[in-house]
Design a protein around this ligand. Sequence first.
Ligand code: HEC
Ligand code: HEC
Ligand code: HEC
Ligand code: HEC
Ligand code: HEC
Ligand code: HEC
Length: 404
Amino acid sequence: MNQKQGFSLRRILFSAATLVLLGMSPMVGTAQPDGAALFNNNCAACHKIDQDLVGPALGGVTDRLDEAYLIKWIRNSQAVVASGDQYAVDLYNKWNKVAMPAYDWTDEEIKSVLAYIKEQGTATASVAAGSPGEQALAAVEAEEGFPMSQVLWIVVFLIAAVIFFLAQQRKKLNEAYEEKVASGELNEEQLKEIKPSFKIKPIHAIGGGLTFFLIGAIGWGIDVAQHVGIQQGYQPAQPIAFSHELHAGTHEIACSYCHTGVERGKSATIPAVNVCMNCHNQIKKDAPEIKKIHAAWENNQPIEWIRIHNLPDLAYFNHYQHYKVAGIECQTCHGPIQEMPEVYQHSELTMGWCINCHRETKVDLDNGYYQAVHGNKESFQKALKEKGLTIANLGGIECSKCHY
Ligand code: HEC
Ligand code: HEC
Ligand code: HEC
Ligand code: HEC
Ligand code: HEC
Ligand code: HEC
């Protein structure tokens, strides 16, 4: 159930390889600001460059389709489909007849988005503009101006310069030897004794290449790692220094003892003061942080915990469905909470994040819920075996499932 994160090793290596091949430095965010913003605000909810989402991956689309057609499509894809255009009709059917919104934009605006798509498609190296998390990442890198990876690239170029310089010196030295032999100052025997015999063999070239590649990869990795969690790692200070590490970790109190909502409904819910009092009317009752609990209890005031995970109102998420029905561990979405002295947001919580998991998670046929909802176990099982159905195949990417 490990959904792909934007910073998987494969992606890092692939990025580094692309960079080495292109011989360019990983400047992220050099896109026309216009196109990038338009894309991120309007298209990124459904499209990624390098990966299918609600709509197809857009990398390379500018090479496959001509500009006039793309402009027509983006301005009103439904009109193109309605015109009977075979490509459009096939595409629409292939994507389960999800209608893409119409964009009443000028040619310039559409072209700037296309330019951005093209650029992102070729420089797969840069973090694709997908989820807000990744956008934040790209934006920060662009702003920072001098990320770690560029320092490393400078190191690479310096090493290359030194190698070039040494090669020149070696050539000069050889010429000098040759002159001495020619002028009779040295004979062949003497030459063999003093001339360094190091020869560049293919293995050295390969080793050198790999070293450069690794430096690049490490640089890119550091860069990405440094920025992970900009959007995700939200970790506000709480009014009482409540530690999950202590309660859920050391003392192994069950998550659902406090977050009772996961057993029955949409919200996990935060425990009320009386739950704390079950234990803290006795335990450590003179500690300053515990006195705050007692004060809230005596004044009949709730503790004003600051909410960390929060989807916008337009999206619907249900804990019961994921935790009880689908049997997904809290940690899959919230990370190692039992190791957190202070809770932070572990996952992106973007639409792409939800949909990725729905696309990747296979339907669990033994789960009574699916049987109840989808009925006819036999034919369902057959389809499952043949196709390996995912949550997405069962409607888990239909807009109305997550949006009111
Ligand atoms: C609500 C989701 C959604 C949004 C938002 C969206 N698209 Fe799409 N797009 C789709 C779907 C789904 C398809 C596949 C065709 C269909 O079903 O209509 C598609 C198809 C496309 C195609 C054709 C791809 C191909 O392989 O031929 C292009 C180009 C495209 N979209 C560009 C954009 C751009 C640019 C934006 C933003 C201005 C955008 N889309 C916004 C859902 C969306
Ligand atoms: C099931 C029992 C239990 C519940 C319920 C419980 N705690 Fe605790 N809590 C403990 C134990 C055990 C300790 C560790 C005491 C020790 O270190 O000796 C502790 C320690 C603490 C401490 C650290 C105190 C200190 O200064 O060392 C704080 C703060 C705290 N709890 C807050 C809370 C809050 C807020 C709640 C309600 C949301 C809560 N606890 C609910 C058992 C509980
Ligand atoms: C003793 C009670 C208690 C236990 C046990 C407990 N929690 Fe909590 N949890 C709280 C309290 C109080 C808060 C609000 C303060 C905070 O964010 O630290 C909270 C906050 C959270 C949040 C962040 C909520 C937000 O604001 O978005 C998550 C996620 C969470 N808990 C998950 C878990 C998981 C997973 C476990 C089990 C591994 C667990 N909790 C065990 C009391 C508890
Ligand atoms: C499939 C992913 C997923 C799983 C599994 C999951 N959560 Fe959540 N959790 C979320 C999302 C998404 C939100 C934000 C919901 C919102 O804003 O409507 C959230 C919010 C929360 C909150 C704060 C808001 C609230 O609902 O009260 C708490 C506390 C929490 N989760 C605890 C837990 C605990 C405890 C478990 C395990 C028993 C768990 N979660 C399992 C995704 C998950
Ligand atoms: C770790 C994997 C995972 C993540 C992340 C996840 N889901 Fe799910 N989701 C599932 C599974 C598995 C089911 C199937 C359970 C079921 O059908 O009740 C499901 C079912 C659903 C359903 C019911 C679909 C149906 O066909 O009835 C909705 C709605 C839903 N998820 C919304 C969300 C939203 C919103 C998010 C993001 C905030 C999200 N999910 C994130 C795994 C995930
Ligand atoms: C599995 C759940 C899920 C499905 C299915 C889903 N969405 Fe979303 N959507 C979300 C969540 C969660 C958010 C809020 C987080 C975010 O903005 O990424 C969201 C945000 C959005 C936004 C606001 C985008 C933004 O960047 O603020 C739009 C528009 C949207 N969805 C349209 C759609 C359309 C159209 C479909 C159907 C093609 C769809 N969604 C299907 C979960 C879903």
